[in-house]
Ligand binder design. Structure first.
Ligand code: PXG
Length: 459
């Protein structure tokens, strides 16, 4: 199928006439027109004007092995030719979903050995909500229903996953959160640390969770959920001891520890999963994105033996599932993707080589007058742009400067994501040092242009 018979403005016209994009102000987009992406290779995507853009976001935090790996398209074709679809509802299974489950039980955190599939992170977080509530019901603890999450968490866009998330703007549309979802201060030291030391702030953030547990009553709390490192919320790196303390709290109050590995999973932190990076053993994880490097939609939830034993032995039928649960084609692609991650030692290379280099180079921007903080871990980086570095004064209104910087990046053939007034990176795990140098060069130009614009603005 060749769709190259139209020029850019023709594509843009059809796009604005008929296509509604996710998270988009439609009127605004229709004024400017979409950038039409037509192909990609390695760490670069090419648009319909033949610009080659360095993709420091790996698509949307997902193309972990980089673009253009033929092994994945070949496996997908082979599987489509052999068996393009079959379900797992009525005592049937397909070989890729079975094999993938075996492989996942080897690489996921200790104790997690059962897997249930969906097609998106949002779906798997919905599955998580249903499964956790079911778990406590089976145990006769029918009041344990409430989920504790954090402000700026992103867990998806469906009703339940957006309720789990802590995005105020999303809650403002559609009467969210649903009942049974509460949010506490995130471990975001730069913004909320005031004049505490980092470890004092860590204790404070954890004490907020404990306060919330006691306010609602431990008998009413089902689970705590968090991303190991909050991604879409602005690459929020928790203080070193945070997750250990949260795990302790969950044990103390008999609350399930749920970890959303949708971004951190499959190597982003330099370990297979963020839970391993922080040395915690969650009861439940969810994952998506990097499992297929984004080549096909696939997500899942991984369940510890302790939880799955109850669901299996005492639960009877679990009335939950999707047409595409365990779809054979994305499962086959996931198996191949994991093989490549393993055989090419991509995650080890992130940990020992590429992540330290990216972090070191990005840290140089802390000398820039616009930059309040550069924080990162593995191949995640957040660069906080501020009005006043000394006083940690943020821009008002929030988001304007971030968008200006994002546009300057784009005009310099660099894709970064603006979150509020921070600039985020989450590149393919296969990025080279040469490409990191190119990123530094382009981002430096974009920052200088942004600073010039900021001087012109009266904000
Ligand atoms: N959990 C986390 C941690 C995520 O980052 C989801 C769940 C939901 O996954 P799906 O596949 O339903 O989108 C995500 C998704 C952004 C952005 O702007 C981030 C995501 C999705 C869309 C936009 O940074 N992450």
């Amino acid at each position: 199928m060749h769709l190259s018979n139209r020029n850019t403005s023709q594509w843009q016209k059809i796009d604005s006439d008929h296509h509604l994009h996710p998270f988009t102000d439609y009127k605004d987009l229709n004024n400017t027109g979409s950038k039409i992406i037509v192909s990609a290779k390695g760490t670069y995507v090419t648009d319909s004007e033949n610009n080659k853009l360095l993709d420091m976001m790996a698509g949307l935090w997902c193309v972990n092995i980089g673009y253009g790996r033929k092994e994945l398209s070949e496996v997908a074709k082979q599987q489509m030719d052999l068996l393009p679809y079959y379900n797992s509802f009525f005592k049937t299974a397909t070989t890729p979903s079975v094999e993938l489950s075996r492989i996942l039980s080897d690489i996921t955190p200790k104790g997690i050995n059962k897997f249930f599939y969906g097609s998106s992170g949002s779906e798997s977080n919905d599955t998580l909500v249903r499964l956790v509530r079911r778990y406590w019901d089976i145990l006769g603890k029918k009041n344990k229903k409430t989920f504790i999450s954090r402000t700026y968490a992103y867990h998806g866009s469906t009703m339940a996953s957006a309720s789990l998330g802590g995005m105020q703007a999303m809650h403002g549309q559609g009467d969210l959160p649903l009942p049974g979802f509460v949010h506490v201060t995130p471990p975001y030291y730069y913004k909320f640390g005031k004049n505490m030391s980092e470890s004092e702030f860590c204790n404070y953030a954890v004490s907020e969770v404990e306060k919330k547990i006691n306010e609602i009553g431990p008998d009413n709390i089902a689970a705590f959920i968090g991303e190991p490192i909050q991604g879409a919320g602005g690459v929020i790196i928790p203080p070193p001891n945070y997750w250990q303390l949260i795990q302790k709290l969950c044990k103390k109050y008999e609350i399930l520890l749920c970890v959303d590995e949708v971004i951190c999973g499959f190597g982003r932190t330099g370990e297979w999963f963020g839970s391993q990076f922080y040395n915690i053993e969650p009861d439940i994880i969810t994952f998506a994105k990097g499992i297929t490097s984004g080549y096909l939609p696939l997500s899942g939830i991984g369940i510890s033996d302790q939880v799955s034993n109850i669901i299996i032995d005492r639960g009877g039928e679990f009335y939950h599932g999707y047409t595409y649960s365990g779809h054979p084609v994305p499962c086959a692609v996931a198996i191949e993707n994991i093989r490549i991650l393993k055989e090419e030692k991509i995650i080890e290379n992130v940990k020992n080589n590429i992540a330290p280099y990216l972090q070191k180079r990005m840290k140089e921007f802390e000398n820039h007058p616009l930059v309040g903080e550069v924080r990162g871990q593995g191949l995640l980086v957040g660069v906080e742009l501020v009005k006043n570095k000394k006083q940690k004064e943020f821009f008002e209104p929030t988001g304007k400067v971030g968008n200006i910087c994002r546009d300057h990046c784009m005009n310099n053939n660099l894709i970064m994501r603006a979150v509020r007034d921070g600039m985020m990176c989450s590149p393919p795990l296969t990025i080279t040092k040469e490409d990191i140098d190119i990123c530094i060069d382009r981002f430096s130009k974009a920052l200088d242009l942004t600073a010039k614009d900021v001087n012109k603005l009266t904000i």
